[in-house]
Design a protein around this ligand. Structure first.
Ligand code: MGD
Ligand code: MGD
Ligand code: SF4
Ligand code: MO
Length: 747
């Protein structure tokens, strides 16, 4: 395998290469200054710096934004005291200034209107736009109750609007980061260890001796400190085992790449348990002390030998045994990574549980090099009157999923379509910071839901596809131009980070906190917004926490000492898990009581029919979902996605590198745009692969429009997780077309 393993960690190389990819943003920098700020001292007098945390993805790295005397942002660099980034941003974070400079940004409020009988948008004042939003929210409240107005959100604007919604009387809230992302793993780990994994994941990667990645493609998935820690672990000689039908970047740097047949991971996980138990190499002491239901598990996995799993997974028995022994030898400093985007095949909570059980057998939970005990500091709530009690909300929408712990975007969408079974009718949407048509599958259903709504408002920074469906569009300024809530996240030690504006809002854009307050005032909820400026809220909160806005502006990040006890389990002491038994639940009575499998079982999923390939997708290292594709700095680096096909498939289908093809899925849905072919051994012959987030259809996104194909529009079949309602998206199959099918039907 490649010896230059460190080279794949783009974050480490950033210092040197930073300037190369931000030429647009950094063109104003004097030529005698490099992107490391080597000559910061000399030009220090013309640079001011302000504290922020990044909004390009949800890792929320703390950063310093440098502006010149004219107020132009010159660069963004990581805050050295931040445990999310250790002083370095990923390429997307460095390129974040492109969110600010993008000339395609939403510039002023827009209201839907008809021009010559055609729907269009006209510019409006803030006064008019906010009045219209408040008027419609009031109307929905009067006619149906506030519960019928739903908030669909992601990222920082969400918390400001959640406060508005709770004050208004609605708890009908959902975000795609749950049912389309990490919900199932939280359920699986919660049922087993009594604790969510959460974000950032409490994986002790820097001290691990063995890291097992089930699909999770760290290195392309650029979650910052995690990538840096993985790089350190590799340097320290850790064993990396990657299970992925595609040779991901992580797989290419691993000692063991298991090129599993898609959708069969539970079989592999069960057979790893079989080897650990029947070769007697599991962590006996730990299991005896902390395990509940081990004998049932032992009996359950007896038939699941590596030979059994081979027939299902195509992973050789020898490899299964060998990798299980490596995990056991490194235990408890072994991490079987929980993954993050885990909504794959509908049995995802059970797969997550299988991963959790495997960690339990290895003793990694609560041990160095496994999972540490995370801690965070809570930010005091700014005083406000008590919220009213809604009659129903997100909980009722997911009531058929016994282990759902957050709202499901998909259920909000379904409840917006009138029908006989519409028990909880949704009539209005407030969408903020989520491009639903790119992040939630089943486009037809989303469109039907939107058509049924009385009112829809979208708050975004960019003219993304979702804005095209809105009645009112509210332009938010970017994270570089505003205050937001204090970042407080779980980590080894608690820390907080400040986001303050580096520059004033461009154009006629405004921060979410301001819009929430203005709408609140119009809805007679002014007492919930008892401040003139968000600065006041933050300063009050910081003072309650023993800091101040003044201090945080200087340091950006404040680290606190742990209060909850040691980072790992202590010898001679015992640990109580927050499960019903107080132990790690290999067998779950809770699941059994709901008629669900108390121990995970393998069930087979459909395979593609002849002429079809499984549609596999993942992260572009230089982009975040659909949100950065138009970013001038990042589109310079990766402007379109490609379709990875195995050479065997290329031969059968007659494909060459860079040839443009169209895709059609099992339900006859066509890709709107062509995608170029990349012939590579790195993908199995039964699948094709593409980066998620491309194929934008809004022409207002001048750099992103028509570049590459959208995975989401080809996902029309989903498998819902019966435990928590997750949207399994990896059961779609595509045919490769050499000609544009849409043109053909027109002819
Ligand atoms: N650069 C960048 N980084 C990001 C993000 C981003 O947008 N851009 N988004 C962040 C977010 S919110 C999330 S949730 C994470 C997601 O990051 P991960 O949790 O790492 O993502 P997944 O989509 O689960 O994993 C994708 C990998 O799964 C493999 N795979 C597909 N099918 C199967 C299968 O059946 N079995 C197995 N074992 N593997 C399979 C694919 O080949 C691919 O390599 O990334 C985060 N990091
Ligand atoms: N097909 C498919 N679907 C997926 C995934 C996948 O890999 N494939 N991944 C899933 C995962 S893991 C996740 S977490 C979700 C993510 O789903 P989303 O959060 O919906 O991701 P984006 O598509 O990037 O949409 C973000 C929106 O926020 C806007 N935005 C960016 N910054 C700001 C801001 O500061 N203020 C406001 N108001 N708006 C802002 C962007 O312009 C964009 O419209 O998608 C899920 N859906
Ligand atoms: S990982 Fe990158 S994009 Fe995400 S918050 Fe950190 S610097 Fe920003
Ligand atoms: Mo995600």
């Amino acid at each position: 395998m490649d010896n230059s393993r460190r080279s794949f960690i783009k974050i480490s190389a950033l210092g040197a290469s930073g300037i190369a990819f931000t030429t647009t943003a950094l063109s104003a920098i004097p030529s005698d200054m490099n992107s490391n700020g080597a000559k910061d001292k000399k030009i220090g007098s013309i640079l001011s710096r302000s504290a922020t945390y990044c909004e390009v993805c949800f890792w929320k790295c703390a950063a310093w934004v440098y502006s010149d005397e004219k107020g132009n942002i010159q660069k963004i660099i990581g805050n050295e005291n931040d445990p999310h980034c250790y002083g370095r941003l990923c390429p997307r974070g460095t390129g974040g200034v492109g969110m600010y400079t993008d000339e395609d940004r939403l510039k002023t409020p827009l209201i839907r209107t008809k021009i010559d009988g055609k729907d269009s948008f006209r510019e409006a004042s803030w006064e008019e736009a906010l009045d219209l939003v408040a008027k419609n929210m009031e109307k929905i409240k009067t006619e149906y109750g506030p519960e019928s107005m739903a908030l669909i959100k992601h990222g920082s604007p969400g918390s400001h609007l959640e406060h508005l919604f709770k004050a208004y009387g609605s708890d009908t809230v959902a975000e795609p980061a749950y049912a389309q992302c990490r919900g199932p793993r939280e359920t699986g780990f919660g049922l087993t260890f009594g604790s969510w994994v959460g974000s950032p994941e409490p994986t002790d990667i820097r001290d691990t001796k063995c890291l097992v990645l089930i699909g999770s493609h760290i290195g392309e998935n650029m979650h910052n400190s995690q990538v840096q820690e993985m790089s350190d672990a590799i340097d320290n000689g850790a064993n990396i085992i990657t299970v992925d039908p595609r040779c991901s970047t992580a797989a290419s740097k691993s000692q063991h790449w298991l090129a599993i047949k898609p959708a069969t991971d539970i079989a592999l996980l069960l057979s790893w348990m079989h080897v650990l138990i029947y070769e007697d190499i599991y962590n006996k002491e730990y299991v005896e002390k902390y395990g509940s239901g081990f004998e049932a598990l032992k009996k359950h996995v007896k038939p699941f030998s590596p030979e059994w799993a081979y027939g299902i997974t195509t992973v050789k028995p020898k490899e299964i045994r060998k990798t299980a022994r490596i995990m056991a030898a490194a235990a408890p400093s072994t991490i079987v990574h929980p993954g993050r985007h885990v909504t794959w095949y509908g049995d995802d909570s059970q797969r997550a549980r299988a991963i959790a059980i495997l960690n339990g057998l290895l003793g990694s939970w609560g041990n160095r090099g496994g999972f540490y005990f995370k801690e965070k500091i809570s930010v005091p709530k700014f005083p406000h009157p008590p919220y009213p009690h809604p009659k129903w909300g997100w909980k009722e929408l997911v009531e058929k999923y016994p282990f759902a712990e957050m709202g499901s975007t998909m259920e909000v969408i379904k409840a917006s379509i009138p029908g006989a079974d519409q028990k909880y009718p949704i009539k209005g949407w407030f969408v903020a910071g989520t491009n639903l048509v790119a992040s939630v599958p089943k486009r037809k259903v989303i469109e039907e839901a939107i058509q049924s709504l009385d009112f829809m408002v979208v708050m975004d920074t960019m003219p993304m596809e979702i804005t095209g469906y809105a009645d009112v569009i509210l332009p938010e300024c970017t994270y570089l131009e505003r205050y937001d809530g204090i970042r407080s996240a779980t980590n080894r030690e608690p820390s907080i980070a400040l986001r303050s504006p580096a520059v004033p809002p461009k154009y006629n854009s405004k921060p979410a906190w301001w819009m929430a307050k203005e709408i609140g005032n119009r809805l007679d909820l002014a007492e919930y917004f008892n401040y003139n400026d968000y600065e006041e809220v933050i300063d009050w909160q910081l003072k309650e926490m023993g800091s101040s806005l003044e201090e945080m502006k200087k340091i950006g990040v404040k680290n606190f000492k742990r209060k909850s006890g040691a980072l790992y389990m202590q010898k001679g002491k015992t640990h109580e898990f927050a499960t019903p038994s107080g132990k790690i639940e290999f067998y779950s009575e809770e699941l059994a009581s709901h008629g669900l499998d108390p121990i995970p079982v393998y069930t087979s999923h459909d395979s593609p029919k002849q002429g079809f390939y499984r549609l596999n997708y993942g992260r572009s290292p230089m982009h975040t979902f659909s949100r950065t594709i138009n970013n001038p700095n990042l589109s310079d680096l990766t402007s379109e996605n490609m379709l990875w096909v195995n050479p065997k498939v290329a031969r059968i289908e007659g494909l060459k590198n860079n040839q443009e093809v169209w895709l059609q899925n099992q339900d006859g849905v066509n890709s709107s745009f062509p995608i170029k072919v990349r012939v590579t051994e790195r993908i199995r012959w039964d699948s094709v692969y593409m980066y998620h987030g491309f194929g934008h259809s809004n022409k207002k996104l001048t750099r992103a429009h028509g570049k590459g194909a959208s995975d989401t529009e080809l996902i029309s079949r989903i498998a819902i997780d019966p435990l928590m309602g997750g949207t399994g998206m990896r059961g779609n199959f595509v045919k490769i077309l050499l000609d544009n099918p849409i043109k053909e039907t027109i002819l």
